[in-house]
Ligand binder design. Structure first.
Ligand code: DOR
Ligand code: ZN
Length: 441
């Protein structure tokens, strides 16, 4: 974090903050790392600020929050580190990320949670919130030390990557997470039914000769999580929901007043199973890419707020994990630097409203994790993201800040460029904004 938080004026942008129902052209003043004022243009004298950022033509938003990333540290640093992953995050407009527990060792104890927090303190470019494991070693046998991890700063509990197949254990985890006031995040796939499946089970999987992973695997575990939520009343969050039927389960649960939430990943909103045709392993992920009907249902669910959160599931993997046969390849893709332009397509195409899109990346994840961010409310920490929504650019290897390059979108034309990212009033990412420095006043 290069510069110190001082007095900053972000001038002439379109300030949009769904948490306060604000959307107007104006100036945002940051002082000592906090939001000091939001005013219509010209009301805040620029002489008050040390640095003025010209945000004309840009959107000025609360710093984006990604509650589902894999930073791979400790233990898998050849794929990603907290440092490289958070640099990719800030370039993607994110000021806070929550990192999943499937590291080596697994984040299943207070000492690992404390290690991640300490590593983040010394090397991260943005805020990092650890997610603690449900079970020791993600083995699904014995509960992890949930209370201790929450005491060390874990903001949610999840065995993401490894579905929890033991319903009794999941019920216990929900009892604890409710007691400690954090949500359970479920990677909802019945792993017995997934079996050796490597893509969505369909006519296409038969045609391609790849083993199928049926939508039913997700539907079954989503239905179970809802049943356990009804039993425990614990807040349950469904990660990367991908099927139309799972969405209907979630709708019924919400109609019944259960504390269930869900997230969609950019790749499930943008790509269908058809992309697997050329057997490129960057189209392999868990859950798999689905049918066009599923993608349409997922887009509608984000549009109406049934799925309230967009989260990347940023999953870096090295060449040795991905440059192998489709059957053998690791699941997952990097996503932090492409989430904004990819999902912004839905706004440009009038599928999702601008307000809903911003909510899904700011206040909705902040609420789920009980974070005081995702808002431009006066007095709050000045986490701010500036986006030029109409700037075109090409996502190629030279742009990649992550340690891994496993993106299926390399070579794609993107519309929507991050121009600046501020954490506590400090610029942690800058790209081509006009800046005026006014000296020490
Ligand atoms: O595609 C995925 N990759 N899905 C997951 O749930 C885990 C992730 C990973 O850790 O690589
Ligand atoms: Zn997952």
């Amino acid at each position: 974090m290069a510069e110190h938080a001082s007095s900053v004026l972000i001038r002439g942008g379109r300030i949009i903050d769904p948490s306060q129902n604000k959307d107007f052209i104006g100036d945002l003043w940051l002082e000592d790392g906090k939001i000091a004022a939001l005013e219509r243009s010209g009301k805040i004298p620029s002489a008050r600020a040390k640095t003025v950022y010209d945000a004309k033509g840009c959107w000025v938003l609360p710093g984006l929050i990604d509650l589902h990333v894999h930073l791979r540290e400790p233990g898998l640093e050849y794929k990603e580190t907290i440092e490289t992953g958070t640099r990719a995050a800030t370039a993607g407009g994110f000021t806070s990320v929550a990192c999943m527990a499937n590291t080596m060792p697994v984040n299943d104890s207070p000492s690992i949670t404390a290690f991640i927090r300490e590593k983040a303190r010394t090397s991260a470019a943005c805020r990092v919130f650890p997610v603690g494991a449900v079970s020791k070693g993600l083995k699904g046998e014995e509960l992890a030390e949930i209370g201790g991890m929450v005491a060390e700063g874990a903001k949610a509990i999840s065995d993401d990557g490894m579905p929890v197949m033991n319903s009794y254990l999941m019920r216990k985890a929900m009892d604890y997470s409710k007691a400690f006031g954090v949500p359970i995040i479920s990677h909802a796939e019945d792993s017995n039914l997934v079996g050796q499946g490597v893509m969505n089970e369909s006519a296409l999987s038969a045609e391609l000769g790849l083993r199928g992973n049926p939508a039913a695997a997700e539907e079954i575990l989503v239905a179970r999580e809802i049943a356990l939520c009804r039993l425990t009343q614990a807040p349950v969050h469904i990660a990367h929901v991908s099927t139309a039927v799972a969405l209907e389960h979630i709708r019924r649960a919400k109609d019944a007043g259960l504390p269930v939430t869900a997230e969609a990943s950019p790749h499930h909103l943008i790509l269908t199973e058809e992309t697997v045709r050329d057997y490129h392993t960057n189209f392999k992920m868990a859950p798999p890419l689905r049918s066009e009907k599923d993608v349409r249902a997922l887009r509608e669910a984000v549009a109406e707020g049934l799925v309230e959160i967009i989260a990347t599931d940023h999953a870096p993997h090295g060449v040795t994990d991905k440059s192998v046969e489709f059957d053998q390849a690791a699941n997952g893709i990097i996503g932090l630097q492409t989430a904004v332009p990819l999902t912004l397509r839905l706004v440009h195409d009038h599928v999702v409203s601008l307000k809903r899109w911003i909510e899904a990346l700011t206040i909705a994840p902040a609420r789920l994790l009980n974070l005081p961010y995702g808002t431009l409310r006066k007095g709050r920490d000045a986490d701010v993201t500036i986006i030029n929504p109409s700037e075109n650019w090409i996502w190629d290897e030279s742009c990649v800040l992550s340690k891994s390059r496993n993106s299926p979108f390399l070579g794609w034309k993107m519309k929507g460029q991050i121009k600046a990212t501020f954490v506590s009033g400090r610029p942690v990412f800058l790209q081509g904004l006009k800046i005026t420095r006014l000296g020490d006043n």
